[in-house]
Design a binder for this molecule. Structure first.
Ligand code: PGA
Length: 260
């Protein structure tokens, strides 16, 4: 089963988010799907989007969560609140938060622990900058971020995490990573998780997805590689037609033999 996550960032008003969610729910009846679809609106849109998703089986995700449980944290949103309104997943450590909000590996780690404790599915973003890639440090950076994000994180039998490989230079630029190249980073992430946990635990509890300029034109090449278990989509998730084409590609790929 592939995981397709829409990250709507701060691109829509609440009513636009609601309308988009309604249109996805109408077009993606649960019974027909072989993939897991998650939409992540901004905080004020979570409740109306949840209602608009209705019984479609599309999951609701937030774009961030506070690492603290509760208390005097002005401007923050807790995992308890997210769960209370029916949120099922949360993006953690997106590169836009790592850079703009100066989120550190330690903070990402605390947020992963908080999300898991609240039974939210963490979608943990990792990925190198262009400069790091040019210096040949891609694998080292990605491995370090994964190790830091999961430091001291327990993954008991029913727990699940998603790691999104999102090189910062590929996000919102129209320059997706070559799928073969992305597969290499997925391999590094998979091996790191197997080393941190056991192979059995890592393979049971962790999926690895790709994000960065995914669209309907390049999606098939990503889904041809079995090591790429889904995608995190920004720009191309803002229009129902574009996003549905990506979900369709996942459905097609589920029927086709895989390689790599
Ligand atoms: P993009 O964004 O698809 O617009 O590149 C992906 C992301 O930021 O998660």
């Amino acid at each position: 089963m592939r995981t397709i996550i829409a990250n709507w960032k701060m691109q829509l008003t609440v009513s636009e988010a609601e309308a988009l969610a309604r249109s996805l729910a109408e077009s993606l009846p649960k019974s027909k799907r072989d993939s897991r679809v998650v939409v992540c609106p901004s905080f004020p849109a979570l409740v109306p989007v949840k209602a608009a998703l209705g019984e479609s089986g599309i999951l609701l995700g937030a774009q961030d969560v506070c690492e603290q449980e509760k208390g005097a944290w002005t401007g923050e949103v807790s995992a308890r609140e997210l769960v209370d309104i029916g949120t099922q997943a949360v993006i953690i450590g997106h590169s836009e938060r790592r850079s703009a909000a100066k989120e550190t590996d330690e903070l990402v780690n605390a947020k992963v622990k908080r999300a898991l404790a609240a039974k939210l599915l963490p979608v943990v973003c990792v990925g190198e900058s262009r400069e790091e890639r040019e210096k040949g440090r891609r694998d080292t950076v990605v491995e370090k971020q994964v190790r830091a994000a999961f430091f001291g994180v327990d993954l008991p039998r029913k727990s699940e995490v998603v790691v999104a490989y999102e090189p910062t230079w590929a996000i919102g630029t129209g320059q997706a990573v070559d799928p073969e190249d992305a597969a290499r980073s997925h391999f590094v992430i998979r091996e790191t998780l197997r080393d941190l946990y056991s192979q059995e635990t890592a393979d049971r509890s962790c999926s690895i997805i790709y994000g960065g300029s995914v669209d309907r034109a390049n999606i098939d090449a990503f889904f041809q590689r079995s090591i790429i278990e889904g995608v995190l989509v920004g720009g191309a998730s803002l229009q129902a037609k574009e996003f549905l084409a990506i979900v369709d590609a996942a459905e097609r790929a589920a029927q086709a033999p895989r390689q790599g």
